[in-house]
Write a protein that binds this ligand. Structure first.
Ligand SMILES: [Zn+2]
Length: 395
């Protein structure tokens, strides 16, 4: 049924293009090649006999390529690509490029569409070659070509090339799907480089890339998190704290990613009271369940289970949370016995199961969910859209 709808649309598109082509050549009607009409009716026959490949070949042959019919060809090709019929879309766009009769801008438009077909079909090397050429030769399609090149370099983890392509974009006309500015995008690319450097233990190179990331976007919470991790690795705990202290103002959603490092740094510099004071100030301004649990952990360590449990119980009245409730049960378990202990264990098993089934992160663009933080959403390829889930079951 889908195929029938597609090819009915194809038929209408070609029929319109065919009619326009005829009208524009009314004065030459007697010279109009008979082959076009023949192929057109042959295409219809294939269509009604449900032979889509033959129908497309016939339609390509039936419609002359020129300025009047270009839009029809492009519309057919793009419709096929959107429907996943990429091989047929490639055939249509290659046919356009092979024909004389188009002006330079129209050839460039066809080349861009063919590159999009190649991207969709995973032929990234071919797409890259077409797009790099367009960047050099086409001022009209340079911006679109660069945006597609960035997509390719992201997929291939070629971050130097991604930064270079982004630096050639015209920021005024850049309309990213994520809403991120060009500088924020480049900061993510530099952070990707720094992460790779750190994985290869090349810490001086990682430092350079993180400085570049903050140069692109001084509000990059991701760069601050990575910088803190780098400083901790090199036992520079006060310097790490300088980066961690910036995160609440940069992007408070990522504060929970910093909590473990914040605690480690304050402990290493021997300032546990300053840590408790800082965590309390964060809770007042940026409340989250992770923060409640972290403060309770500190209270348990500094005082005892009962003080920690009282703190959690008080917080639960203000912010109901499954995870915080679970922590409260865990604190009471060692001090209970008999039937009360059995009931608490049963309650904990149930809460554990609920927590296991609930994802911790969600993309605010496409709804992708998971239990780890992705800076680039695997679902919609948007940077910085995956965030901690808030509410009773989340943060
Ligand atoms: Zn997404």
């Amino acid at each position: 049924m889908d195929a029938l709808v597609l090819f009915a649309a194809l038929f209408v598109s070609v029929a319109v293009g065919f009619a326009l082509g005829r009208l524009s050549r009314r004065h030459l009607q007697s010279q109009y090649p008979k082959d076009y009409a023949l192929n057109y009716y042959k295409g219809l026959s294939y269509l009604f006999n449900e032979q889509p490949d033959s129908a497309i070949d016939a339609f390509i042959g039936s419609l002359e390529v020129n300025s009047d019919t270009l839009e029809t060809h492009l519309a057919l090709g793009n419709m096929l690509r959107r429907r996943g019929e990429v091989t047929k879309a490639i055939k249509i766009h290659q046919n356009l490029l092979a024909r004389p009769g188009l002006n330079t801008r129209q050839q460039h438009e066809s080349q861009l569409e063919l590159a999009r077909d190649y991207i969709k079909s995973g032929l990234l090397d071919r797409a890259e070659a077409l797009l790099l050429e367009l960047v050099k030769i086409s001022s009209a399609y340079k911006q679109a070509a660069l945006e597609h090149l960035i997509e390719i370099y992201q997929d291939e983890n070629e971050w130097d090339n991604a930064i270079s392509a982004a630096s050639q974009l015209d920021g005024k006309h850049y309309r990213p799907k994520s809403g991120l500015g060009l500088k924020q995008l480049q900061a993510h690319f530099a952070c990707e480089q720094a992460q790779e450097d750190m994985a290869q233990r090349n810490f001086s190179k990682a430092r350079t890339h993180l400085q570049e990331a903050l140069g692109f976007d001084s509000d990059s919470a991701r760069a601050s998190l990575l910088f803190a991790r780098l400083e901790i690795h090199q036992s520079r705990f006060r310097e790490a704290l300088d980066h961690l202290h910036k995160i609440p103002q940069q992007d408070a959603d990522y504060l929970i990613e910093a909590l473990d490092m914040i605690c480690e740094c304050y402990e290493k510099i021997g300032e546990p009271k300053a840590l408790q004071k800082y965590l309390r100030s964060l809770l007042a301004e940026y409340p989250s369940n992770s923060l409640v649990i972290k403060i309770a952990e500190r209270l348990r360590w500094l005082e005892n289970d009962y003080v920690a449990a009282d703190f959690i119980a008080e917080q639960l009245k203000q912010r109901p949370s499954i995870r915080t409730l679970n922590r409260l049960v865990e604190l009471h378990l060692p001090h209970s016995e008999g039937r009360a202990k059995e009931n608490l264990q049963l309650l904990k098993q149930l809460v554990d199961r609920v927590i296991e089934e609930k994802p911790s992160y969600c993309c605010n663009k496409c709804g992708f969910t998971g239990n780890s933080l992705h800076w680039l959403c695997p679902g919609c390829k948007t940077w910085g859209s995956v965030r901690p889930i808030r509410g009773v079951a989340g943060e």
